[in-house]
Design a binder for this molecule. Structure first.
Ligand code: COA
Ligand code: AMP
Length: 634
């Protein structure tokens, strides 16, 4: 462990010195007073400094790499490919910033972006950054109610959206979802700007909805192309909502200064990228991977980033990823293991790889869910490049644990995302925050302070930040993941400790789904668990206990429950199975035994907890699961 060990130790000896040195790669309009300080008990990085994220992502590169592609949009859905140079993207972003400004958006205002994977989504994000406005991108697979919850929490001045998104075989009209969300929300944005796609035209509400193209034309005609507005390093760049333990998502805040420093550091040292290289994160701008590694990281570093609209399979086939790599000379691909499981299922022998020249590809990075050894080894064989599992969260914004190929490629241990990155001192502890010995599973925690780039707090909710992340293990950040460290310091992440599940790399709350199901008029109580799924990693299953006196067929209520989750949370929940059961297994104190139910569903060995109210209920659950094809595995 030469360069990795040397770098990690250097950070550990002098964290502030380490990050101050990393900060030299960023342009600042005013330097910081302190590298690390505290404000009401919360860490602040680079207080006193002023900077602009858009400047660092775009403008500063125009002089040196103005003609280089900054963004390549490749849509497997429409067959369209369009490249934007740094100069062109800067112009578009400045113009759209002018359009936002015409609607009164300025420093500190919030803008929600509800967009499919089109370049306008990236333009809107960077235009907000240019003005010092705070963007909040909402993933397109969420339904109106989820969007409404975010509108009420973020209170945006304006919403940017599109007429539609494209899913295989169907056009998803976004505008009716947006209209419905605005109807549901208590907060009303003063305007929306809608990008009309050729596949569907949205009806615009006069006086409230404005057409993207018209707004760009007006800004151009008025010569509006505002310069980058300096903001405090500690000012928020964005709020990204992520699933918590309830139906109310958490607004993860990202600041401007620390975020740039941390992401820029990772591009070279973790991902091994040089300016001019092509980086492809096959994710969605609605997730943190999209924020950090479709948009910000690659652009800070002067790379070319790929914005891919499509799926790993079926658009048109399991060779799409290889086509994109070959067409654009991708050096590193980052996606979720589930995408590779999907490809492997369609093309188990990786025959389609042979049709493409993948010689530019140097590394495949996987994250978002546990990287199962089978998938990793299959990808290694198929591509002949190192396959790097790495572990992080929406909250941290960049990898906590990785194999830092830019420093050195450490030996790969299957099932482990490898070793802690600078910024993260990882511990595995018991419930009393006592360190556990190597190879013993416990809660994974990070010693405070968190590094730059990590969430400084939750949006307008410092108390929620403290209680969710800092209260349980004093002096540590709670990751809510469980696992162990081996004798070489490699981490193994095994499961969540809360009711978050990971479905096709998408983070979802079973608690949130239970809240929706409980709203069904015939449901007395319910439980949702995540069960193992060969393709998506996990999928949710709901158990429903029906109110006494309801005599409708169970199958009817089950169907309504499935439809209700799709309507209230969205298709992304992949909620397809609801089962009516006579009762739920509980402890004598009334706690539902979700963990035991999951083990039964996954066909794992289970024992009846001593505190159970009535052990027979677990057999009933087993029978119910058997009826829908679960619980039979070894
Ligand atoms: N807008 C509207 N609907 C969406 C959507 C969007 N942006 N994204 C997904 N959906 C819909 C899908 O069409 C699907 O609908 P269906 O129930 O009618 O079939 C549903 O939400 C579930 O989506 P998903 O779980 O993604 O399943 P899928 O079958 O469409 O695709 C994979 C499965 C594995 C191919 C896909 O999830 C994938 O590529 N994932 C890995 C990459 C990734 O995005 N990772 C995120 C973090 S790195
Ligand atoms: P998200 O916030 O959507 O990025 O989801 C973060 C969660 O996904 C983590 O807390 C883990 O539970 C899981 N996760 C992400 N990456 C990995 C990984 N490489 N191995 C295991 N679990 C992971």
């Amino acid at each position: 462990m030469g360069r990795y060990r040397e770098t990690y130790d250097r950070w550990k000896r002098d964290p502030e010195g380490f990050w101050a040195e990393a900060a030299r790669e960023i342009d600042w309009s005013r330097s910081w007073d302190t590298v690390l300080s505290e404000e009401s008990g919360l860490s602040r990085w680079f207080a006193g400094a002023e900077c602009n994220t858009c400047w660092n992502a775009l403008d500063r590169h125009v002089a040196t790499r103005g003609d280089q592609a900054a963004l390549i949009y490749d849509s497997a859905m429409t067959g369209k490919v369009k490249s934007f140079t740094y100069r062109e993207l800067t112009e578009k972003v400045a113009t759209f910033a002018g359009a936002l400004q015409r609607h009164g958006v300025g420093k500190g205002d919030c803008v929600i972006i509800y967009m499919p994977m089109v370049p306008q989504a990236v333009v809107a994000m960077l235009a907000c950054a240019r003005l010092g406005a705070i963007h909040s991108v909402v993933f397109g697979g969420f339904a109106a109610k989820e969007l409404a919850t975010r509108i009420d929490d973020a209170r945006p001045k304006l919403i940017v959206s599109a007429s539609c998104g494209l899913e295989p075989g169907r056009v998803i009209a976004y505008k009716p979802l947006l209209d419905h969300a605005i109807e549901l929300s208590a907060h009303k944005p003063s305007a929306t700007i809608i990008f009309q796609r050729a596949e569907a035209q949205a009806a615009l509400v006069p006086g409230r909805d404005f057409d993207w193209k018209d707004e760009m034309d007006k800004a151009r005609a008025e010569g509006r192309a505002p310069a980058c507005v300096p903001v405090a390093a500690t000012d928020p760049l964005y709020v990204l909502y992520t699933s918590g333990t309830t139906g109310k998502p958490k607004g993860v805040v990202r600041d401007n200064g620390g975020h740039m420093v941390a992401l820029e550091w990772t591009m070279k040292n973790v991902y091994g990228m040089d300016p001019g290289d092509v980086f492809w994160a096959a994710s969605d701008v609605g997730w943190v991977v999209g924020h950090s590694y479709i948009v910000y990281g690659p652009l800070f570093h002067g790379c070319t980033t790929i914005l891919f609209e499509g799926k790993p399979v079926g658009t048109p086939d399991a060779g799409t990823f290889w086509r994109v790599i070959a067409d654009h000379g991708v050096k590193a691909l980052f996606t979720a293991p589930t995408a590779f499981r999907a490809i492997k299922k369609e093309d188990p022998k990786a025959e389609l790889v042979k049709d493409y020249d993948l010689s530019t590809l140097k590394t495949l990075f996987l994250a978002g869910e546990r990287g199962d050894p089978d998938t990793i080894q299959w990808a290694e064989r198929a591509l002949g490049v190192p396959v790097i599992d790495h572990w992080w969260q929406t909250e941290t914004g960049f990898p906590m644990v990785a194999n830092p190929v830019g420093l050195e490629l450490l030996p790969v241990k299957y099932g482990s995302p490898s070793v802690p990155m600078p910024g993260y001192e990882i511990h595995v502890v018991d419930e009393a925050a006592h360190e556990l010995p190597a190879n013993t599973t416990g809660a994974i925690v990070v010693k405070l302070p968190l590094p730059p780039g990590c969430l400084p707090t939750l949006w307008r909710n410092d108390e929620g930040f403290r209680s969710s992340y800092l209260a349980d293990y004093p002096g540590y950040y709670k990751t809510a993941d469980a696992g162990y460290l081996d004798e070489d310091g490699y981490l193994y992440v095994m499961s969540r400790t809360d009711d978050i599940i990971n479905v096709a790399g998408h983070r979802l709350s079973t608690g949130g789904m239970e809240e929706v199901l409980a709203g069904h008029p015939d449901v007395a109580e319910c439980a949702v668990i995540g069960v193992a799924d060969a393709l998506k990693g996990q999928v949710p299953i709901g158990f429903l206990v029906i109110n006494r006196g309801v005599d409708r067929p169970a199958s009817e209520i089950e169907k309504e429950a499935v439809a209700l989750i799709r309507e209230k949370i969205g298709p992304v929940a992949s909620f397809r199975t609801a089962i009516v059961v006579p009762r739920l297994p509980k402890t004598r104190s009334g706690k539902i035994l979700r963990g035991t139910m999951r083990k039964i569903a996954d066909g794992e060995a289970w024992t009846s907890p001593a505190t159970i109210d009535d052990p027979m209920i677990l057999n009933e659950i087993g029978d119910a699961l058997g009826g829908v094809g679960y619980g039979k595995k070894e």
